[in-house]
Every structure is written in structure tokens, then in C-alpha cells.
Design a protein around this ligand. Structure first.
Ligand SMILES: *Cc1c(COP(=O)(O)O)cnc(C)c1O
Length: 500
């Protein structure tokens, strides 16, 4: 007994991260911060989930967002001194950065709740996550990542060159988080003339010397292929100190755990109450953080996955079959940040669902590569029956189409007086189908409507409101380079600029 207690306290002092595929050495938080996949191709998760006590939840009710983020982060980043984490979280979560709160809202709340409606005695509320510099929820995690990267690189006297591809939201959030940071350069590929005017202006108007926007003559897949090709050249990657900030980054996931605690604490008055969350999902990053919050002991009832026409995840949570799509089967929709063919963070949940059996997980994801998916439905010939366990984790799902988005944007405007963006509309549509009497439903708002104005015009016949400072963004001077989809040219471009 004494040994068990001792072991537990040691684990709390220092959390180690293990790979889902079980063939990479455990690492500390700081070690996995700058990397992507584990060396065995898996994703990192803590060896165990730190727990939150009833007493802690009570004290956390009165904390500012920055202090709440500190309390949560310190359970995961056990190898960074608390005083430093405090500086980093306070620098990240300030009203200055989250200044796009709506009229009547306090920007210092960072993620204020907005009441939407009451349906059959159930409150439906939006949690605003898009008040950051690029008007999408990705800012919330990416801003923290920028500060964590700068802090870690400073300590190691090291530098990092972030190389990625974007179709809009991710690249923009990354650039705004990394601009002007010591030791960091960002090389971001985007398909030339394929992003919306607003998104293009947001990225290309940045004049910071450490940001390099490269418009590739091709489509998004060409950009992604170039990133893969460069990442597969291990010599080049090491010499040029190439890193990524994609959605599998563990620190991004942890930063997102905070919204579930914050949303829960804001919607309840006692820890005996439960809430549910609906999350517009693509790569399963945001809702994976909800799963982690629930595993930590946060009283979450349901976690509802909302997809658009790209319904890989909805299919799994309805049937137990995970079937990745081919590029030709991936739809370009009006909620483009959810247009995925496979969900890169899904492996983290599957690891828990399999009871953390990394041998089985490896076999299943090998099957994804060879056969395009796996089947946990328990039916004859399937790969297992773990689908039966899904409900224990609170997961449910639903999907939404373009017509649903338009109808929901109109309806929410008419009945609640709020304009919501297309991704959030997918969330509201699905949330309304998953209400439990007496359990508040929190829908995570993932972007502001101004970013997807074309669809707002289609739904409402007028432009979406733009937050202050964005009025003339398309008229600002732009700084970018047009390049062919040529990997060797790309490599020389990077090398010339890093001098490495
Ligand atoms: C990235 C994004 C999503 C999807 O989030 P995941 O973490 O990939 O599931 C949804 N909505 C918007 C607006 C996004 O930018």
C-alpha cells in the first residue's frame, strides 16, 4: 500500500509521455513540445491522466482564465517551473489578445458563454473561442504554443523553423502566434489564389521578417505533399531544424483542455452538476481535449462530435467502422476547416478505447495504411468489439450538410439574434439532436462569421459583421512569394533564408 502511494506521488511530480504505438521511449513534456509524431509513428499521451479533485474544482471556479490555464498546464508540464508557467499563461491569456469579444462581453473572460436558447428545459449555450487575433479557436492553443516555444528555445539557445501547409485557419493562427518570436521562423505553404480574400489578406499582410508566406502553384494537396517530402528528408530536416505545429502537437491539445474546464465551471454552480459539449470536428484535436478533461474527472455527460459532409468520425461513432477517405471522396464544403479525409488525433482516443493496448493499436493503424481502415463493431469478421465501450466515454455524433448550415445560421439569427459561422452552425445543428433534459449543452464556437462571409451572404443576404481592425484588411500591402510545386526549389528557398 505504502509503495502504491509513493509511486502515485512520484508520477504526479513528473508526468511521462508514452507513444500510442508503444515502441518509443517515454519522454517529458518539454521533450515532446517541439516535435510531432513519436519515433515509432505514434502520438504521445501522458502515461496516466492527472486527476482533478472536488476541492480543486471548487477553488478553480473563481480563477481567471490565465490562472485556470496555469493550474491545468502544471499538471501536464511537470518539468517546467511553476513560476515560468505562470508568466507564460498570463502573457498568453490577456484581454489585449482576446479583444474581439462582442458588445456587452468582457474580453478578460477570454471564452465567454453566450446563451442561445432553451429547448424542452435544456439550456443550449455557445462558448466563444474565436476572440483571438485570427478569429478562430486555434488561436487559443497556438498563442500558448508560441510562448512555450520561445521560452524553451531560449533556454536551449536553439532555433526552430516551422514548416507547414495550410488551407486557411491553421497557418494563419500559427503565423500570428509565432510572429516576432526569437529563434523561430515560419515557412507556410498555401495554394495560390485558392484561399478566401479575407484569409489570404490575414496571412499575407504580415510584414514580420520571421514569417515567410509561400503561395504554391497548385492545390492544398500539392502543398501537403511538399511538406511530407521535405519532412521525409531526415538530413535536411535535422540540418534546417524543421518542426511543425500541426494538430497532433501535444501542447496544443493540452491548451484546449482548459476550455472544457472553463465552460463547465461557467455553466454550473456545483460539482454535482453535469454538462455536455458539442464540438465541430475535423482532425479530432479539439474534442480529444474534451475526452482528456473527462478522463481527468471533469463531470462531462456527453461529448458530441459534429462533422460536416466529411463524416469519417460520425461514421465511426455510429457504427464502429473507421474508414479513411480518398482525396477524391473528400468534399470541399462551406465549413472548410472540417474537410478531412482522416482524423489525425483520433488515434489518441482509440488508444484509450483499446485499454491502451499498443500492440493492437499498431495492428489497427497498420490496417488503416493497407486496407483504408478498421472495424471495431464486433460483427463477424471485424477487428474487435470495442465499439460497445464507446458510450462509456460519453461519445455521440452527428453530421450536418450545406443546407443544414444555411438553415441553422438563419434560424439562430432569427431566434437568438446571433450570427454564427458555418463550422459553429454544424455544431448547433448536431447539438440540437443530442439534448438531455436538465443537462446544459455547450456548443464550442470555433470561428467568427467574418471569416466565412461568402456563406453568411448566402444565408442572410448581408455581410457578416467584422470586428474592429479588420475593416480594410484586403487593402493592406501583402508580402508573399509565388513558387511552383517543386520540392528541391523549396528546400533551397528555406536554406537560403535560414543560413543553416
Ligand atoms: C480547425 C477547425 C475545426 C476542427 O477542429 P479539430 O481540432 O481539427 O477537430 C473546426 N472549426 C474551425 C473553424 C477550425 O478552424
Amino acid at each position: 500500500m505504502a509503495v502504491a502511494v509513493y509511486t502515485e506521488s512520484v508520477l504526479i511530480l513528473s508526468i511521462q509521455y508514452v507513444s500510442t504505438r508503444g515502441q518509443a521511449a517515454p519522454q517529458s513534456f518539454s521533450h515532446i513540445l517541439l516535435g510531432g509524431l513519436a519515433s515509432d509513428g505514434g502520438l504521445y499521451l501522458p502515461a496516466h491522466y492527472p486527476q482533478v479533485t472536488d476541492a480543486e474544482l471548487n477553488t478553480w471556479r473563481s480563477l481567471s482564465y490565465a490562472d485556470l490555464a496555469l493550474q491545468i498546464l502544471k499538471k501536464f508540464a511537470t518539468d517546467i517551473p511553476e513560476a515560468d508557467l505562470r508568466t507564460l499563461t498570463h502573457k498568453t491569456y490577456t484581454a489585449d489578445i482576446y479583444r474581439n469579444a462582442r458588445k456587452g462581453e468582457d474580453a478578460a473572460q477570454i471564452t465567454p458563454l453566450r446563451k442561445l436558447e432553451e429547448r424542452n428545459g435544456t439550456q443550449v449555450v455557445l462558448q466563444a473561442l474565436s476572440n483571438g487575433p485570427t478569429l478562430a479557436f486555434k488561436d487559443m492553443a497556438m498563442q500558448l504554443l508560441g510562448n512555450l516555444f520561445e521560452y524553451t528555445l531560449d533556454k536551449q539557445h536553439a532555433e526552430l523553423n516551422i514548416f507547414g501547409a495550410t488551407s486557411g485557419d491553421t497557418g494563419s493562427a500559427a503565423e500570428y502566434a509565432m510572429r516576432g518570436k526569437r529563434g523561430i521562423r515560419v515557412f507556410m505553404l498555401s495554394p495560390h489564389r485558392k484561399m478566401s480574400a479575407f484569409q489570404t489578406a490575414q496571412m499575407f499582410s504580415l510584414q514580420d521578417p520571421n514569417i515567410f508566406n509561400i503561395a504554391v502553384e497548385g492545390v492544398f494537396d500539392d502543398c501537403q505533399d511538399m511538406v511530407k517530402a521535405v519532412s521525409n528528408d531526415l538530413d535536411f530536416k535535422a540540418r534546417q531544424k524543421i518542426g511543425t505545429v500541426n494538430s497532433i502537437n501535444w501542447a496544443r491539445v493540452v491548451a484546449q483542455v482548459v476550455y472544457y474546464f472553463r465552460g463547465y465551471l461557467a455553466a454550473t454552480t456545483a460539482n454535482s452538476q453535469k454538462v455536455s459539449f458539442t464540438v465541430p470536428s475535423g482532425n479530432f484535436g479539439n474534442i480529444c481535449a474534451g475526452h482528456i478533461a473527462r478522463m481527468m474527472g471533469l463531470p462531462i455527460d456527453r461529448l458530441v462530435v459534429a462533422t460536416n459532409e466529411n463524416d469519417v468520425l460520425d461514421e465511426f461513432f455510429r457504427t464502429g467502422i473507421y474508414r479513411v477517405r480518398k482525396s477524391a471522396e473528400t468534399f470541399h464544403t462551406t465549413s472548410p476547416s472540417m474537410d478531412i479525409s482522416k482524423a489525425s488525433n483520433f488515434e489518441r482516443f482509440v488508444f484509450d478505447l483499446l485499454g491502451r493496448d499498443s500492440d493492437r493499436l499498431r495492428a489497427l493503424f497498420k490496417k488503416v495504411d493497407t486496407h483504408g481502415g478498421f472495424d471495431l463493431s464486433g460483427k463477424p469478421g471485424s477487428d474487435g468489439n470495442e465499439f460497445q465501450q464507446v458510450a462509456r466515454y460519453g461519445f455521440e455524433s452527428g453530421k450536418s450538410t450545406h443546407a443544414d448550415r444555411i438553415a441553422t445560421i438563419r434560424d439562430v439569427e432569427a431566434t437568438c439574434g446571433l450570427t454564427i459561422d458555418t463550422h459553429t452552425a454544424d455544431g448547433v445543428k448536431v447539438a440540437r439532436e443530442h439534448l438531455t433534459p436538465g443537462v446544459p449543452m455547450i456548443v464550442l464556437e470555433t470561428a467568427l462569421p467574418a471569416k466565412f462571409n461568402e456563406t453568411i451572404r448566402e444565408a442572410l443576404g448581408r455581410d457578416a459583421e467584422r470586428p474592429a481592425g479588420f475593416e480594410n484588411i484586403e487593402a493592406l500591402p501583402q508580402r508573399f512569394e509565388v513558387m511552383p510545386a517543386d520540392v528541391e526549389k523549396m528546400k533551397s528557398y528555406i536554406a537560403e533564408r535560414t543560413g543553416l
